[in-house]
Design a binder for this molecule. Sequence first.
Ligand code: PEP
Ligand code: MN
Length: 269
Amino acid sequence: LMDIHSELTHHQIKVGNSIVGTEPFIIAGQCTIDPNNPNYFLETAHAVKEAGAKAIRGGVWKPRTMPYSYQGDDSAIKILVEAREQTGLPIDTEVMDEHQLEVAMDAKVDILQIGTRNALNYSLLKKIGEKTAGTQTAVLLKRSRAMGPINELIAAAEYIAAGGNPNVMLCPRGTIPQVDGYRNNPDESITPLVKEKTWAPVIVDPSHSVGRAKYVCAASMAAMAYGADGLIIETHVDPKYGIGDDPKQALKPDELKTLINNVNLIWGL
Ligand code: PEP
Ligand code: MN
């Protein structure tokens, strides 16, 4: 492992104009891009930048529990790219298969997200490591909600690094069994344990761990107190008009701004 990572500074990765690990790295935006309402996404993108976010998230393809729910659409990649052009911020989206990986890489997506369902899909992890080797592309690897020992998360990151891309960020996002009242079992407390064992920075996802907008700020503060390098926060200019998770768990931009101000206080900025 040391051979692969020796040239890296521990816990620091360049994404866009940010060095993750040197300032709170906040990724924010909609759970899901609605191709029928691109203006919501673009307005959200501007609003999260205004609030202090360093990168924009937007689901082009979605892993939905029900096959009848909106599954995403290749066409939404254009809206995501447009948000980067308008704001200058790097963009993040989840890829679940090789076709999506290809579309995302053609669009030069800055952060490829591996979701909780694919965190143990070793052939996909290897493929992503190989295809992004030697590029600036970062990978945000979510923790599988069924992952047990922390070493399993670190080993999954090694698959990407061994394929050729060490620009990996690890993302606790809640596990099962869920706490009654939350969406999952919040797991931001593993942050220091992970950071002691790997080179990769830790970006916590409180939106999916608690799954309710009203608890996201508290979970974010806990994550930062545990030493997280940043957060990924679902945000929508008007959550009730969102699709996917946004009606339940997205913050409004003014709430995100308050959250980021509090994060900066904890960080000491
Ligand atoms: C998401 O980020 O919208 C998402 C589907 O996350 P997870 O894979 O953690 O469920
Ligand atoms: Mn979501």
